[in-house]
Unconditional design. Sequence first.
Length: 350
Amino acid sequence: PHAGPVESKNEAAMSELVPEPQQKPIVPMKPTGINASLLGYIGIDTIIEQMRKKTMKTGFDFNIMVVGQSGLGKSTLVNTLFKSQVSRKSSGWNREEKIPKTVEIKAIGHVIEEGGVKMKLTVIDTPGFGDQINNENCWEPIEKYINEQYEKFLKEEVNIARKKRIPDTRVHCCLYFISPTGHSLRPLDLEFMKHLSKVVNIIPVIAKADTMTLEEKTEFKQRVRKELEVNGIEFYPQKEFDEDLEDKTENDKIRQESMPFAVVGSDKEYQVNGKRVLGRKTPWGIIEVENLNHCEFALLRDFVIRTHLQDLKEVTHNIHYETYRAKRLNGNGGLPHMTIETEENHESNL
């Protein structure tokens, strides 16, 4: 008769030693006093809106450099890209002007506004590049200019009393114009991209692509890609900076299919099937700049402005500028000379 209670005691002892599986996860009970609707929504999604408002107030800086021989339509293309007269033709450049003896660097700033978003756009032109008989080292003034902008930013950054928002004059993007020869890249092209791809985001473009047939264009693009690969030249978007699989897939498509963009620029409008289009008029028809069947201008614009503008800025800041900064500070025992003097003066004043 006593077997029952003894068994139940043993069972109780066993259950103490081996806890039942359903007792493992301890789920806190829902507080009954708080309104259930409060437990769901926190409002994290408003962070994006907060950032948007803040950025809208400060606006954006974007600095784009155009490099290539005269007559490849650099100014026209940049004007077409931003749908306004932002390049030097609009600032009283006349056709009688002589080709500069050396590479000059001209920066023109504009403020473009669209849908309440302000962008301070600076176009850096490089007249005289590749126009001489001897073009040896003609990329040097351009590299010097790019590094000077990094230096300017660094000096502001390491100052004791530094500005809340450092003016950004660093070159975020360099459009390199390749002549539509249909053959191969010139030694000058390879030399320039080899040196400059380490300090700036280079986007190669084939200028005046309407001078080639579709087959010639496809072949030339493949040849350019192959030559860049053989010479170990990394253009933007660089493979090692892809952050995740989605980025890699998207950028691989651009690297393997679109690059270099074969483009046609035009700031003239024509009537085609009752619509106003940007284009170039030829005896056999109108080449529509924004028509993907005619050229890849629309792809270039979407790439530079709609999908990768912010990334161009981030790669400039986190990779190219950081590389310059680390090299500069290591080589100088910590700080640029100018700032060291400022610091000493500051200490003597104290």
